[in-house]
Ligand binder design. Structure first.
Ligand SMILES: [Zn+2]
Length: 321
């Protein structure tokens, strides 16, 4: 995914946390995160793009590539039932088949390790006096949090989880990601000089009022509708215990979604810029809605659970003092 797509997904994850129903205690945790995010939102575009612009670990850490195999079947992980990629994947014939994973790919590990770093840094900051030479700054923590959203979002891009080489040939991978980014840059007002969105009164990306009618028909509008009717589930999904398990499950269903959009007999040599939309059993719009709404849900879940873990720790510290 590209720069403004990553930033937009991060904003929408916070919006989801703001609008969803939560218990009183969880609402307090969520509000703390939302407040914190809004104080740092000018850095989201740069921060969520950092893994691509500076870290550049795309080859192995932004991907977990799966290949169908004839070994005895793997047991697929589970996801919260509200996930569209899960609903599409559940009935995929490939789900009864085995798969192998490229041995150097490590996207779920990357997500798990950054999640730990965010919590560690928050704890260090809380434990140190102001001016301490080992105390991390708010900006450093914000950057880690925004980077985390990048890796979580990347796992939802099906071609990041499919070993077929869609960045070669007609490079359908970059083509589709470019389409998404163009759409976001068209429907929202961007402050180009400062590399960020203009904001609406609630602090979220401001929509471009000139093309409201066109927006109403867009897949971004469908993403919004999908999330409004979808219950926000805090759980990682049955049998998943942590960020790693959850992100591994996401990658498995992204792989199934990729094959649903582009069936097995196709690869970079025969997918063209004219046939790419008509090969599978799912439309490009449904494919995009699933990816975006699931990605927003996942960023919201991972961020919320990381933040809550820290706040629970902080509360305990205070009680012990
Ligand atoms: Zn990436």
């Amino acid at each position: 995914m590209k720069k403004y797509t990553h930033a937009w997904l991060a904003f929408m994850a916070i919006k989801r946390l703001q609008e969803t129903k939560l218990s009183t205690t969880n609402r307090k945790y969520a509000n703390n995160l939302i407040r914190w995010f809004k104080n740092h939102k000018d850095g989201v575009t740069q921060g969520a793009w950092y893994p691509d612009s500076v870290i550049k670990d795309m080859a192995n850490s932004h991907v977990l590539k799966l290949t169908p195999s004839d070994e005895s079947p793997n047991r697929f992980k589970l996801l919260p039932i509200t996930y569209l990629n899960y609903q599409y994947g559940k009935c995929s014939p490939l789900r009864n088949k085995s798969f192998t994973v490229e041995k150097d790919d490590n996207l779920p590990d990357r997500c798990e390790s950054i999640a730990h770093s965010v919590i560690d840094n928050l704890k260090m900051q809380e434990s140190e006096n102001k001016g301490s030479p080992v105390s991390p700054t708010d900006n450093q923590i914000a950057l880690l949090l925004f980077m985390l959203s990048h890796y979580v979002a990347d796992a939802h891009m099906p071609f990041h989880c499919d070993s077929r080489r869609f960045s070669e040939g007609k490079n359908i991978h970059a083509y589709i990601e470019g389409k998404w980014d163009n759409m976001i840059r068209r429907y929202y007002k961007i402050d180009k000089g400062n590399e960020r969105f203009f904001y609406d009164p609630d602090g979220y990306p401001l929509r471009n009022p000139g093309i409201e009618q066109e927006y109403q028909l867009s897949f971004l509008k469908s993403v919004d509708e999908e999330l409004h009717k979808r219950k926000f589930i805090l759980s990682w999904g049955a049998r998943n215990n942590n960020v790693w398990d959850f992100m591994s499950a996401i990658c498995q269903y992204s792989y199934l979604l990729s094959h649903r959009f582009i069936p097995e007999q196709f690869n970079h040599t025969n997918v063209t810029l004219t046939n790419w939309q008509s090969l599978g059993s799912i439309s490009f719009k449904d494919f995009s809605v699933a990816i975006f709404s699931d990605a927003i849900d996942s960023i919201a879940r991972v961020w919320f659970r990381v933040w809550r873990r820290y706040l629970k720790w902080e509360r305990k510290q205070r009680a012990e003092k």
